[in-house]
Design a protein around this ligand. Structure first.
Ligand code: WT7
Length: 629
């Protein structure tokens, strides 16, 4: 472990290039006049009608930003660029796994989005509707999101790795009438079969009426009359005009809904807005990565997660960047695929996860070194704490010691970066460093008091910010309960992570303190995993815990009590692993199943996962006073 005193300083070259040369001055200003800071940022964007009030905090915790303002995120992500030289700039470069290539200027992107928007309108999608998107990483996934936004419909993107049950649950919760999908995508040389999964999900969904399918793999798929439409067929009809007015939205209108896991079984649909989210994602992206017109930006995430929404699609497009997207596996056909593409397209900033870095690191540096990746000037990391070995490899082998690493801490709920360095920030490997402008972040004890330097506590955000989720769809109470009730008196946002702040004011994220497990950076709830396990007919009870995993950060370990009279076997263990992976999706596949006779519980019947974890790790079991013998 590196000592927390070991700074890694930016080079003179990085300092000379930087737009923001000093963090401290701007930070203090942004805290002294938070609303003024965000108003300045909002003024960089175009509005149909300016806002009356920057922040309406009259109904805590339901904050509103830029109230009275009218905009649409598309006004800034596309329309504004059509009036400038950006019109002919590349907005989007895409490479498919088989090696096919597509590029779109802002002009071309606009045509695609308008056509898609008109098709959605023709399918009866109205302002305020929620459209579910379940797609592989192909250009139409991004067009679909932008098309929804353009006509004022909200999108709910469901990650393409989720099972049909998980998809159906999300379609039903959002009351979606329309789902957009593809026949499949390419992954490790093989076509995936997404449309089959959508077909099964639709059988479980009473609200589904229309499914639009993009042809990608050309595999045979089942299509039903009057329900299923090929996208290319619709595109050939006169309804798919390439001219479409952008719908003028209230700043606070919903832009999208994104489901994420929490402590209970039901996934939470977090609501983000047109106005505040536009301001927040573009400001954070521009300042943290010091985005300039010549950049080629690669956020190697899936648009199915918040990282993809904020920093693959919306933030970069608002900033007029050229974004890059790749469809498939990082090691296909060889482990140099990423480095080859960075070389080929001249990528300048790579933003990815510690899991991806560890995965590529495993193949050794010779795969990196056979390509010229000197176009890179900055690197980024997100999703989980980055371990020192991965940090060093990323810094030395990928960044050749000249690219600072922006380790950005944030969440689906925050909409964008909250704790993050700037390129000029002296780094400490493994620390996300300091709060972004406008933020006061703390580490507190159970009562909400700041703990001393280097002590572990709960991570809180002490102020509202424009990119914050507004609520959990249809459940204001749960929103209040989950994030705002623990430190109600102080009005702090409770992030659910434990952390410490060192003597230099640098934040070190330790991990989730609730029943959320991060597997390869993906967020899964123990309750969801457990309910998937007990849906197997042999299982009476289950408990899921996270243990350290070399590649994934954490892996799931599943304790199972079988129904009376049954005994565990290797075959049954394998069957249960497959079952959980089938019910939830392959990312939720546990590492192992452990058959148990009983589980440690509190007297009120709650499973004490921390006791299981301590026992598995051979650590002290801590306070057992609430344990029911
Ligand atoms: C959780 C949020 C934010 C986009 C991707 C994940 C963990 C996130 C970091 C980081 C340490 C991190 C936290 C957080 N996390 N970034 N840089 N260092 N931990 O979004 O799925 O909503 O998960 O990811 O535990 O609470 P998410």
């Amino acid at each position: 472990m590196m000592d927390s005193k070991d700074f890694v300083y930016p080079s003179q070259e990085v300092m000379d290039y930087a737009t923001v040369k000093s963090y401290d001055d701007l930070y203090h200003e942004s805290i002294k006049n938070r609303e003024g800071f965000w108003a300045e940022e909002a003024k960089r964007l175009e509005w149909y009608k300016p806002w009356d009030k920057v922040l309406d905090d009259s109904n805590h915790p339901f904050y509103k930003w830029f109230t009275g303002g009218k905009t649409n995120i598309i006004q800034n992500a596309i329309d504004r660029h059509l009036k400038t030289a950006n019109r002919n700039k590349l907005a989007f470069i895409w490479e498919g796994e088989p090696g096919d290539l597509k590029t779109y200027s802002y002009h071309a992107l606009n045509r695609e989005v308008c056509e898609f928007a008109n098709i959605l309108k023709a399918m009866g999608v109205h302002k305020g509707d929620i459209v579910t998107i379940y797609m592989p990483q192909i250009p139409e996934q991004i067009f679909a999101m932008l098309a929804c936004a353009k006509i004022g419909a909200a999108h709910s993107v469901v990650y393409g790795g989720f099972s049909h049950e998980a998809l159906a649950e999300r379609i039903n919760a959002a009351n979606s009438r329309v789902v957009i999908t593809a026949d499949g995508g390419f992954r490790r040389g093989k076509p995936t079969r997404l449309k089959d999964i959508v077909n099964k999900a639709m059988e479980l969904s009473p609200t589904m009426e229309v499914c639009i399918t993009v042809k990608r793999t050309g595999e045979e798929v089942y299509m039903e009359n009057d329900r299923d439409y090929w996208y290319h067929d619709l595109k050939a009809l006169p309804i798919a005009s390439h001219k479409c007015e952008t719908e003028q939205m209230d700043a606070e209108d919903m832009l999208f809904l994104l489901y994420t896991s929490g402590s209970t079984g039901k996934p939470k649909g977090l609501v983000h807005t047109h106005g505040g989210y536009s301001v927040y994602t573009s400001a954070t992206h521009r300042m943290v990565f010091d985005i300039k017109p010549e950049d080629r930006w690669w956020c190697a995430a899936d648009p199915g997660w918040i990282t993809g929404h904020s920093y693959m699609v919306y933030g970069p497009l608002i900033n007029g960047s050229t974004i890059f997207m790749y469809e498939g596996a990082p090691n296909h056909p060889y482990p140099d695929r990423w480095w080859r593409m960075i070389d080929k397209y001249g990528i300048t900033v790579l933003y990815t996860s510690p899991t991806a870095i560890r995965g590529l690191m495993r193949y050794g540096e010779s795969w990196v070194n056979r390509h010229d990746i000197s176009s890179l000037r900055l690197l980024g990391s997100v999703g989980e704490p980055i371990n020192p070995e991965a940090w060093r490899w990323y810094h030395e082998v990928v960044g050749k010691k000249k690219c600072p690493i922006m380790d950005t801490w944030w969440q689906t709920e925050t909409g964008g970066f909250v704790i993050t360095p700037l390129p000029v920030t002296p780094l400490k490997p493994g620390s996300a460093t300091k709060p972004f402008f406008g933020h006061e972040v703390g580490v507190v004890d159970e009562q909400g008091n700041d703990v001393a330097a280097n002590e572990v506590g709960a991570l809180v955000i002490k102020n509202p910010w424009p990119g914050m989720a507004r609520t959990i769809m249809g459940d204001d109470n749960r929103y209040n309960e989950t994030y705002w009730s623990k430190f109600e008196k102080q009005k702090y946002y409770h992030a659910g992570d434990s952390a410490r702040k060192d003597e230099d004011g640098y934040f070190w994220i330790i991990g989730r303190s609730d029943d959320v497990i991060k597997v390869s950076g993906y967020r899964l709830g123990t309750a969801e995993i457990e309910s998937a396990a007990v849906s197997h007919s042999d299982v009476a009870e289950a408990a899921a815990i996270a243990l350290p995993h070399e590649l994934k950060g954490s892996g799931i370990h599943l304790y199972v009590i079988l129904k009376a009279g049954l005994t565990g076997s290797k075959e049954l263990a394998k069957e249960l692993l497959d079952h959980v992976a089938k019910v939830m999706g392959p990312i939720a596949r546990p590492e192992e199943v452990i058959f148990a006779d009983s589980l440690p519980k509190t007297r009120s019947g709650k499973i004490m996962r921390r006791v299981l974890k301590a026992r598995a790790l051979g650590e002290d079991e801590g306070d057992l006073s609430t344990l029911d013998d």
